[in-house]
Design a protein around this ligand. Structure first.
Ligand code: HEM
Length: 173
């Protein structure tokens, strides 16, 4: 997603600021491991063994690159995926699954995951790659239910009429 800075003031006001230089796209174009679990529902349906189906994302690509300089970076990037744009993320949301493996089923669940991933009582399944997981910016945000809902409402404001491959009236993509 986005790299938003979430902050909560003493009065309880939550602000979410895109900290990258391209606010219209709502991504910082980096890769991160946000601690997602495997999608066992999918793996079971596909009759795949979870233990043999780890998806290392960027780290796996680097490991397989054959370039020694990149291979050296693989371990630190296991489980990292590209932060996708949030523009239009809410479009068709009721028919969507979220994240690279579709493990989260709604925008509300996405925000709840960021908010409570590291809260033991929430019983989130174990992260696929705990060693490289981002524990600094996400995991325990202490947002209320209403604040989670406000972030979902914010994401719904990012939908527009843009369609891939359709030009505007100046002929520009
Ligand atoms: C509360 C703030 C945040 C919100 C509302 C948010 C929202 C989202 C959403 C909706 C997606 C799924 C996009 C899709 O499936 O099309 C996503 C994916 C992602 N976000 Fe965030 N995000 C937040 C914070 C962050 C932060 C702080 C980071 C980096 C530390 C981050 C990194 C990522 C990454 C790497 C993905 C892709 C993960 C994957 O597919 O495995 N997000 N985010």
């Amino acid at each position: 997603m986005i790299d938003i800075t979430l902050s909560k003031s003493a009065s309880g006001v939550v602000s979410a600021l895109p900290i990258c230089a391209t606010p219209a796209l709502f991504t910082d174009f980096t890769y991160d491991n946000i601690g997602l679990p495997q999608n066992t529902e999918f793996l079971n349906t596909m009759k795949r063994n979870p233990a043999a189906s780890l998806d290392g994302g960027l780290g796996a690509r680097l490991a397989a690159s054959g370039n020694p300089a990149w291979v050296a970076l693989a371990a630190d990037n296991m489980g990292a995926f590209k932060t996708p744009t949030l523009r239009n993320v809410a479009k068709g949301e009721s028919n969507k699954r979220f994240m690279h493996n579709g493990v989260l089923k709604s925008l509300k669940e996405v925000v709840h995951f960021y908010n409570t991933r590291d809260v033991a009582a929430e019983n989130w399944p174990a992260p696929e790659f705990p060693a490289t997981m981002n524990t600094r910016r996400v995991g325990r945000l202490r947002l209320t239910d209403a604040e989670e809902n406000a972030i979902v409402a914010f994401m719904r404001t990012l939908s527009d009429g843009w369609q891939p491959g359709v030009t505007n009236n100046q002929g520009v993509l």
